[in-house]
Design a protein around this ligand. Structure first.
Ligand code: ADP
Ligand code: MG
Length: 733
């Protein structure tokens, strides 16, 4: 690692990279870190608004938006030298090729054809859903195309690219491409809302060219020197426009010294913020609860219909110990689907309630909240405790009444969806906050709930099995408990892959299982039929109920039903009244009906790996043999095939998580992206694990000297205030 961090005279390289270049027609205005992007060359009010939507308001933000890939545009592959099956970057010209250049086909999504050539040969290019390209290309235009090139299966002499990444680099009228896009290693940015990678490249280039050079470096000099990191300014210039002789492979694996430094920096400040907050938290007064062993044990015996597993006992002990401490607990409870987290949460709640505190449990879906509400009521009502449900689906009057009971302290256990965080919900004494499936919530949502109490204890739960070391680093301010054992008597789920053509047999299998007293889920990717030509839950429900299972009782569950309808259907399924539940992914999280042992997932190739695993986690919850049947064409290839094969091969959540991380990258995996509060813009915890460890060690070492640590942390503001906000929020509960 250290050897790879060697920084070879970085400054010199950057200077030569920029010295002789000037964009045509640029005025000599200088750009400063804090300048608004609005005034940059190439950015008008419209683009400025788009940039701002993506969190890019200033020059500093813009420079922190780094390329996700680099293309070698010094050495293109001549078409004659293409090796089918490999990824190539080619430079070629749009050509008539003896016929029309552009064919446009209506119907099943527009298909856009094109042929391009260089001096050595011709490549055929197809764009599915390429309707937007109509009229955009002209003969003679030069294109850079990047992607996998394949031999045409029917005409092996002919090579083609399907949906490559494409950039027009000249307009075909002799106008040469400018130096940002040719004859160098070219950065490729993720386009945003109509601002293409090419436009971003030009904007960034312009900024770098006119940058006033004033870029403070927040990293402590001793760290920078020890790792021989380039300065921040050098690193950014280099990461946007690497010099010609840089190793492309190293750049694309994010291991050039400049990139390593920028990754390190993100992790370092993140870890530093976590440690400092941790130090503060440990000084904050919390509610020290009394855990009376016998009372708890007795209460547990009353509420538990089974013996807790060793793992559940251990984890509860860890939680109980935290609750006794005079500062607030911050604990992550990790356990694979079906490992029995709910019971542990309810046990923790028991302790809090016995200590005259209120408990809030937040779940990501109405269905799950309703389910928790029912189990909690079953457990707490006999003890004389009142359980309240707060979801967006209840009537206004109901909600107001509920809010009153919560505020007056009449309700001890309050279950709900994100409706819980609304301003109208106030607690009398909130002592414990539990967040189920925490990765489904944004940081701010969790924070808002926590702020409804005065330093309450916090327990967040997740079924996303993050490798423990990674979790420790990512959630540096949380303690972690792991349930690493399933309740006894579970029979492993048998998972099979079947083709559409085998469905008749699948339905017959379902009938036989149901005849034995079992229940089944049938899952579809969409609610209603659409252009995508996917089978939809609503239509298939009608069809299945009428012509496939006329003698069985089937129900339909999806996100667009009204809440009382959802609850009614779920209750019918839970009570065994329904044999078959046709559903969308609304059942993905948390739903618990142990007698349901069969799950059929249609279009299984359309689901992500984590999602398939979660869905499958709905079965295999009892002692009966469970079966999961994934319906997908036998012909699928690539990642879709890998996903199905992984599902068939293993039901180990940790294994699946590892593979999923590899396929998708952790942004999506941790569920942070959609909330716009991702902790890192450039660093990726899984890809960059070694750098993360390194940064963590350094941050911890620095934090031993609290004063110095705070001083270093405060320097972040001068680099990027929006980062500072982000780190303040990082990983809250
Ligand atoms: P998850 O961890 O996915 O939230 P749940 O809490 O929903 O899992 O528990 C899954 C199922 O296992 C539930 O039906 C629950 O009642 C049952 N269960 C939990 N703990 C035990 C145990 N110790 N012995 C037997 N069954 C258990
Ligand atoms: Mg659960």
């Amino acid at each position: 690692m250290l050897a790879r961090l060697e920084w070879r005279a970085g400054a010199a390289i950057i200077q030569t990279a920029f010295k002789s270049e000037r964009l045509p027609n640029t005025t000599e205005l200088t750009a400063t870190l804090t300048d608004s992007v609005k005034y940059l060359r190439g950015v008008g009010p419209h683009r400025a608004a788009v940039l701002e939507e993506h969190g890019i308001a200033t020059v500093g933000d813009l420079l922190s938006y780094l390329p996700f890939r680099y293309e070698d545009r010094i050495r293109f592959t001549p078409i004659a030298e293409i090796v089918p099956g490999q990824v190539h970057t080619i430079l070629a010209e749009v050509t008539g090729g003896g016929g029309s250049t552009v064919r446009f086909r209506r119907g099943r999504g527009a298909l856009f054809h094109l042929s391009v050539r260089d001096k050595t040969g011709t490549v055929y290019v197809r764009f599915f859903h390429g309707g937007y390209l109509q009229g955009k290309l002209k003969d003679g235009q030069r294109l850079v195309l990047h992607g996998k090139v394949e031999a045409d299966p029917y005409r092996p002499a002919r090579v083609e690219m399907v949906n490559p990444q494409m950039e027009i680099v000249s307009d075909g009228e002799g106008q040469p491409a400018d130096s940002t896009e040719m004859g160098r290693i070219v950065p490729v940015y993720e386009a945003m809302g109509g601002i293409s990678s090419r436009m971003l490249r030009r904007i960034v280039y312009g900024v770098l060219l006119h940058f006033d050079g004033n870029m403070p470096d927040p990293l402590p000099p001793e760290i920078r020197e020890r790792f021989r990191f380039p300065t921040r300014r050098e690193a950014l210039a280099y990461a946007h426009f690497p010099p010609k002789d840089e190793n492309l492979e190293m750049l694309n694996s994010f291991r050039s010294p400049a990139q390593v430094r920028l990754i390190f920096e993100e992790f370092f400040y993140y870890q530093l913020a976590l440690t400092l907050r941790r130090q503060r938290e440990n000084h904050r007064a919390g509610i020290a609860m009394r855990v009376r062993e016998e009372r708890v044990r007795e209460a547990l015996k009353r509420i538990l219909p089974f013996k807790p597993t060793e793992a559940q006992k251990r984890v509860l002990k860890e939680i109980a110990d935290d609750l006794e401490k005079p500062y607030p607990m911050h604990r992550l409870l990790e356990g694979d689907v079906g490992s029995g987290k709910t019971i542990v949460a309810l046990e923790a709640a028991t302790i809090a309630i016995e200590n005259r505190c209120q408990v809030a449990l937040m779940a990501p879906t109405e269905i799950l909240a309703a389910q928790h509400y029912l189990s909690a009521k079953r457990i707490f009502a006999p003890a004389g405790y009142f359980v309240e449900l707060i979801t967006g689906g209840r009537t206004k009057a109901e909600r107001e009444l509920a809010a009153l009971r919560v505020q007056a302290g009449q309700a001890q256990f309050v279950v709900g969806t994100h409706a819980l965080i609304e301003g109208s919900v106030k607690f009398e004494k909130l002592g414990l906050v539990i967040v189920d499936e925490q990765h489904r919530f944004g940081v701010l949502q969790r924070k808002r709930l926590i702020e409804k109490g005065a330093s309450p204890h916090v327990l967040v739960m997740t079924a996303t099995p993050i490798p423990r070391t990674l979790a420790l680093t990512l959630y540096g301010d949380l303690d972690i408990s792991v349930i690493d054992e399933l309740p006894p008597g579970r029979t492993p789920i048998e998972t099979r892959w079947a083709a559409d053509t085998q469905l008749a047999g699948v339905w017959e299998f379902l009938r036989r299982q149901i005849a034995r007293g079992r229940q089944a889920y049938v899952v579809y990717p969409v609610i209603e039929e659409s252009k995508q030509e996917l089978k939809a839950a609503t239509a298939e429900y009608e069809r299945l109920a009428k012509s496939v299972f006329p003698k069985l009782r089937a129900g339909l569950l999806h996100g667009r039903l009204k809440n009382d309808e959802k609850e009614a259907v779920m209750e019918q399924f839970r009570s065994g009244e329904l044999h078959v539940l046709v559903a969308t992914t609304v059942i993905e999280v948390g739903v618990d009906v142990p007698n349901a042992t069969v799950m059929v997932i249609e279009h299984a190739d359309r689901f992500g790996l984590a999602q398939l695993h979660q869905l499958r986690g709905r079965i295999g919850r009892g002692s009966e043999q469970s079966h999961c049947i994934l319906i997908a064409p036998r012909t699928i290839t690539g990642e879709a095939r890998e996903r199905i094969e992984t599902m068939v091969a293993t039901s180990n959540g940790f294994e699946i998580a590892e593979r999923d991380l590899k396929q998708r990258g952790p942004g999506e995996f941790f569920g942070t992206r959609q909330h716009g509060d991702a902790a890192f813009s450039f660093a990726q915890p899984l890809r960059d694990r070694e750098i993360l460890e390194m940064a963590r060690r350094e941050a911890f070492a620095l934090a031993e000297n609290a004063e110095k640590a705070r001083e270093v942390a405060s320097r972040l503001e001068m680099v990027n205030p929006s980062w500072q906000r982000r780190y303040q929020l990082a990983s809250v509960g």
